[in-house]
Write a protein of this length. Structure first.
Length: 198
């Protein structure tokens, strides 16, 4: 039971990220009719995609909590703190989505790479195994994955009842804000060429 719940909780975080990343390279291409509308804020397309992924993640999290409560009969109060992870996860996801949405206009094949990349990120995340089981010599590679910290935090709060790492979440928020800011800056700089390419 514990292994299944750990697996499910890790998959929820990964699925939220992967769903947005898979859609991102096609956001502008699939909505090319909005490009020539100067008043339309194109950057909002990434937010709508993220909103859809967040809805699916929320449903999955609710199922996990109900399943855990029915079988274990003891819900941890730390589950209430899980939404704290949404801010850094949303920021890093939206930042990468803005970059990919812009890049997808100029390099159409970039969307085909998103699937393999997110699959590699899945297997380099502590979803199917605990972080401690990863060879110590290569553990740095595991923590280079932006999902690793969030997945371990989600598992700690949902399954093990451990409190969050406030320092880690704070540092992650700062890093994810920087990624989001760079992604938006790139998107705004390149959007002027969208109409010419499309």
């Amino acid at each position: 039971l514990g292994i299944g719940l750990l697996l499910f909780s890790g998959l929820i975080v990964h699925a939220l990220f992967a769903e947005s990343i898979h859609r991102a390279p096609y956001l502008i291409i699939n909505h090319s009719n909005y490009v020539k509308k100067i008043v339309f804020p194109l950057e909002i397309l990434a937010w709508t995609s993220l909103g859809s992924a967040l809805f699916h993640a929320a449903i999955s999290a609710l199922v996990l909590i109900l399943f855990y409560g029915v079988l274990d009969h003891a819900l941890h109060w730390t589950m209430l703190l899980v939404p704290l992870l949404l801010l850094p996860l949303a920021l890093v996801t939206i930042g990468i989505s803005w970059f990919l949405a812009s890049a997808g206009v100029f390099v159409r094949d970039i969307g085909q790479a998103s699937g393999p990349v997110t699959t590699v990120m899945l297997f380099l995340s502590p979803v199917f195994y605990p972080a401690s089981a990863f060879p110590e010599a290569y553990r740095g590679l595991l923590y280079a994955n932006p999902l690793t910290f969030l997945i371990t935090q989600a598992q700690d709060m949902l399954i093990w009842g451990k409190g969050p790492s406030w320092i880690g979440i704070g540092a992650y928020c700062a890093g994810s804000y920087l990624i989001a800011w760079c992604g938006l800056l790139w998107f705004q700089k390149t959007r002027k060429a969208f109409a010419d390419v499309l």
